[in-house]
Design a binder for this molecule. Structure first.
Ligand code: CA
Ligand code: CA
Length: 249
């Protein structure tokens, strides 16, 4: 079934009863007629027992039906403050050469493939009911490189059906990489220095990470300031928000 048809089906299913039933992970159609609000205090096990990929997908389509213009198929880069990089760092390697590094941010892209779409429901089903940030693999210590919160779209500390809403709100957002911008000094306007493609992101074991090594000792001077913007596949950064800035000491 095409996305448009699934969304239209979502419209047909968009009744108060069905939303309430799905919002508590109810998979039985017989329960749709007797919805009841279950507060956040419901245990993780109870929520997990009712979470299915199908239920989450249907809830997503219902959410999309309320938001998406089904005739509009264009993508756009991740916009807004919630998608702005906030951990850009300027570091030096053992040879004294500077490089930039930052974490990938694209709310709703739960499978971290660069685009927010229906495939991002699958990680929700996998991690459903778990606390966020998710624990790193055995032997890894939580730290700046481990930001296991990429599936927790609403940042409430738990992976559940409420993380469908941020997915729907950002549906279609595409991050094809980042543009690296620079201020030569505080008195001059910033301009585009270079860019890095999404395919070069380090998958790691948690949130994807970018490492930008195209800074050379000859050109990097004290006072230079760097920041990054997410871009879509057309290089568009319209309405995106710049990262934090880092300055060469
Ligand atoms: Ca995705
Ligand atoms: Ca959440």
């Amino acid at each position: 079934m095409s996305l448009v048809n699934r969304i239209l089906k979502g419209v047909r299913n968009l009744t108060l009863a069905s939303i309430l039933a799905l919002s508590v992970g109810c998979s039985s159609s017989s329960k749709v007629n007797t919805p009841s609000y279950v507060p956040q205090t419901k245990t993780y096990q109870e929520q997990n027992s009712n979470a299915s990929l199908e239920n989450l997908e249907e809830y997503l389509y219902s959410e999309l039906a309320k938001r998406v213009d089904v005739n509009k198929t264009t993508t756009k880069p991740p916009t807004g403050q919630e998608n702005a990089v906030d951990d850009l760092e300027l570091r030096q390697n053992i040879y004294g050469q500077y490089y930039l590094t930052w974490s990938y941010k694209n709310v709703g892209d739960y499978n971290q493939d660069g685009i927010v779409d229906v495939k991002d429901v699958t990680p929700l089903a996998i991690y459903f009911g778990k606390e966020s940030p998710l624990m790193p693999p055995m032997g890894w210590v939580p730290g700046p490189f481990w930001r296991g919160d990429w599936v927790d779209g609403n940042k409430d500390g738990i992976i559940n059906v409420q993380d469908v809403t941020p997915l729907a709100a950002n549906f279609g957002n595409e991050c094809a990489g980042y543009k690296v911008q620079i201020y030569l000094n505080p008195e001059t306007p910033g301009y585009e220095w270079d860019e890095i493609g999404f395919n070069l992101a380090d998958p790691g074991f948690g949130r994807k990470r970018f490492w930008f090594h195209k800074l050379t000792g000859e050109t990097i001077k004290p006072g230079m300031t760097f920041y990054v913007y997410p871009m879509d596949s057309e290089g568009c950064i319209y309405d995106t928000v710049a990262s934090n800035r880092v300055t060469v000491p």
